[in-house]
Design a protein around this ligand. Structure first.
Ligand code: ZN
Length: 225
């Protein structure tokens, strides 16, 4: 019998690599994506292609509207996505409690589907300083998921897998290439144009491009200019 896992899949580089890692580890995977009102909605199309190319058994897209309260440049058209710059503190591209929300949905999906493993592509090395990407949060969520589900009465717990936590962007790319990830299917830009082409200027574009350069892999991203 195959073991099941729910994979948070954004359509970006990191979560595509996570799906490939889970598949290599023998999991039957349910990819979970969110149509949450993000500015970079083209990532959902990318997520669908990535899920199919890496053999996810299912791909669920959850519709929620985080534009109701905004609070991030990714969910509020009045806030501009900044060019990558030396910003201090938590960047304006942080979406309030996004991974807390996503992991809650992933836990619900896992409980319903009979999966005990959840995979998320958070990272502590080349990351943007988001609180919901840090190890302390992931560790605490594991206990939260146990206490809030049937796991507590049945005496087991969810594994919250964060296999990229300690890898640099270049290491993530090398790992993904080894596992056959086609990064041309992925998109990372916070501010793509109407055709889905990346801006090449936001923090996410800069980090991604630097990762390909450091990994010695040609950058397959389509840029708007
Ligand atoms: Zn960009």
């Amino acid at each position: 019998m195959s073991k099941k896992a729910v994979i948070l899949l954004s359509g970006g580089l990191d979560s595509a690599t996570v799906l490939a890692i889970a598949r290599r580890d023998g999991f039957e995977c349910c990819a979970l994506s969110f149509d949450y009102g993000q500015r970079h909605r083209c990532e959902l199309e990318a997520a669908g292609k990535v899920a199919a190319s890496l053999g996810a058994a299912k791909h669920n897209i959850v519709k929620i509207d985080l534009r109701l309260w905004g609070g991030s440049a990714l969910t509020d058209d009045n806030l501009k996505v900044p060019d990558a710059a030396d910003s201090h503190g938590i960047p304006i591209t942080y979406v309030p409690a996004r991974n807390l929300i996503f992991l809650s949905f992933a836990t619900a999906c896992a409980e319903a589907w009979g999966a005990r493993d959840i995979f998320i592509g958070v990272n502590s090395v080349d990351y943007s300083g988001y609180p919901d990407c840090r190890p302390a949060f992931i560790e605490a969520f594991k206990e939260c998921a146990r206490l809030g589900t049937r796991a507590v009465d049945e005496n087991w717990h969810y594994n919250i897998n964060a296999p990229l936590q300690n890898l640099s962007k270049a290491e993530i790319i090398r790992r993904g290439i080894e596992l056959g990830v086609d990064y041309s299917l992925t998109t990372s830009c916070y501010n793509p144009d109407a055709a889905g082409r990346s801006c090449g200027r936001c923090a996410s574009c800069m980090l991604r491009h630097a990762g390909f350069v450091e990994a010695g892999v040609p950058d397959p991203t389509t840029y708007s200019k």
